[in-house]
Design a protein around this ligand. Structure first.
Ligand code: GRF
Length: 196
């Protein structure tokens, strides 16, 4: 299987995904795409020998379908079978998510269905949650809403700040996403549950 990884920033999850696709892993990375040509993750992808594509979203302001058509053209050169969104911060229209139904994953830093959207760690702290974590799910037209393919649970500690909690969750994202992708690429949708 050929995997495209979409990023917007540093790409720490992308690096872990790329590093996991070796040996008898059923998938290999074919391209890393970013909506931000200056994303630090693009440099890391190139260092790992993976082709990159970047399209700034700003010139397409207000015309998401045109932006997504340009993405599809750039992707076609690399013939991906699976897309992994990893710290990708742009919403995708139903036109794009439908075209990739059952073939596109995302990692979200909360225990979905709790805390869809942004600022998940401060929301969990404000709610007084004693547990938090991250979720890998199939992407649908509804934001952070598709079938769950994996979750990792971490404790919330009394002295936690959004930053300390985010760091604890990110460490588990780096374990969870590669584990889910390996199963998913082998055609196995059995959810992965990790608890620290
Ligand atoms: C992090 O907040 C992570 O929780 C979420 O996207 C952000 C950046 O991740 N998945 P990455 O380092 O670019 O993978």
């Amino acid at each position: 299987r050929r995997v495209a990884v979409f990023i917007s920033g540093g790409g720490s999850n992308m690096v872990k995904l790329l590093e996991s696709m070796t040996g008898d892993h059923p998938a290999r990375p074919c391209v890393v795409f970013s909506n931000n040509p200056d994303a630090g993750g693009l440099v890391r992808a190139r260092e790992l020998g993976v082709p990159t594509e970047a399209l700034p979203h700003q010139p397409f302001a207000g015309d998401r379908p045109s932006f997504e058509a340009a993405i599809s053209t750039a992707l076609a050169r690399h013939a991906p079978d699976i897309i992994c969104l990893a710290g990708f911060m742009r919403k995708l229209t139903a036109g794009f998510t439908d075209a990739w139904a059952g073939k596109m994953l995302n990692i979200h830093p909360s225990l979905l269905p709790k805390y869809k959207g942004l600022h998940t760690h401060s929301r969990a702290l404000e709610a007084g949650d004693t547990e938090h974590g991250c979720t890998v799910h199939e992407v649908t037209a509804r934001l952070d809403d598709g079938p769950v393919l994996g979750q990792a649970v971490v404790p919330v500690l009394p002295e936690d700040t959004p930053d300390t909690l985010a760091a604890r969750v990110l460490t588990q994202e780096h374990r969870l996403y590669p584990a889910v992708l390996r199963r998913f690429a082998a055609g196995d949708r059995t959810p992965v549950y990790l608890r620290t």
